[in-house]
Design a protein. Structure first.
Lengths: 134, 131
């Protein structure tokens, strides 16, 4: 698998969530995604960028265009060094909220993409990786 | 401070969201609308989201909250113009916008609001002159 291009954005301000959405849109178009697939990927990016900002206390989003044989994909990696998630299964369930009314972020995002993985350690931070293929 | 303009049209308020809103801007709009419903004694709120290419759970919840708050303040809310790709994504995300009235475009949204006030709409007025 080849990474055709990669860019990393800081998520330190609320406005950065908007920038993650806009750059994800641009790369999704570049990958040739349909409008519905673009919208799903951008929406998932928005949910996860907000999680990074609100729960992770900020972090980074890395956007990568992938080439795997004949197929093109977009991979987004969200990383923070926040408090981490103690119970990932609970955090993934719909309706779970840790106080800010963000009950659909993780579980909802997972449904919008082809591949989803999450790694988290209490006290060290959280990394979420999502990929959507054309 | 950046704000989304709210237009008054008779007993109704009209909002057209044309920018990719950051969260604080969405919260400001929610507050501004609640204030205006009371100040202008509005009976309906029409929110046009046809320019929005993304409605995530935060914006979805904001729309639902505006509808709930308005209802308590005796005003009806109609969200109009949602793009099909946005609707598909919202449902998959797990948001069904329960309790939020929707219409395909501004015209149909206005009809819903007018009907809620018992105001006759369209050409019917010509056909049935005042008694």
């Amino acid at each position: 698998m080849l990474t055709r291009r990669s860019e990393t954005l800081n998520i330190a301000l609320e406005e950065d969530i908007v920038r993650v959405r806009q750059n994800t849109r641009r790369l999704a178009i570049e990958c040739g995604f349909s409008l519905v697939d673009q919208t799903k990927m951008v929406t998932a990016a928005s949910e996860l960028a907000r999680n990074t900002f609100v729960f992770g206390g900020g972090g980074t989003a890395t956007l990568e265009v992938l080439q795997d044989g004949g197929r093109t994909g977009l991979r987004l990696t969200f990383e923070d060094r926040g408090p981490g998630i103690a119970d990932i299964e609970q955090a993934m369930s719909d309706g779970y909220t840790s106080g800010q009314g963000l009950g659909l972020g993780l579980g909802g995002s997972k449904r919008l993409v082809n591949e989803f993985s999450i790694r988290s350690k209490v006290g060290e931070g959280t990394t979420v990786v999502i990929t959507r293929w054309k | 401070m950046e704000r989304i303009p709210i237009l008054k049209m008779g007993p109704f308020l009209l909002v057209t969201i044309q920018v990719d809103m950051h969260d604080r801007l969405a919260e400001t709009l929610q507050r501004d609308l609640s204030d205006r419903v009371v100040k202008d004694c509005s009976r309906g709120v029409l929110i046009d989201i046809s320019s929005l290419e993304v409605v995530d759970s935060f914006i979805g919840r904001m729309l639902a909250r505006i509808a709930s708050i308005s209802r308590i303040l005796d005003a009806e809310t109609v969200v109009v113009g949602m793009q099909p790709a946005v609707a598909i994504t919202l449902v998959e995300l797990g948001m069904s916008l329960e309790g939020v009235k929707t219409a395909l475009d501004v015209e149909k949204g206005m009809q819903i609001l007018q009907r809620s006030l018992g105001i006759e709409t369209g050409g019917d007025e010509d056909a049935h002159p005042a008694e």
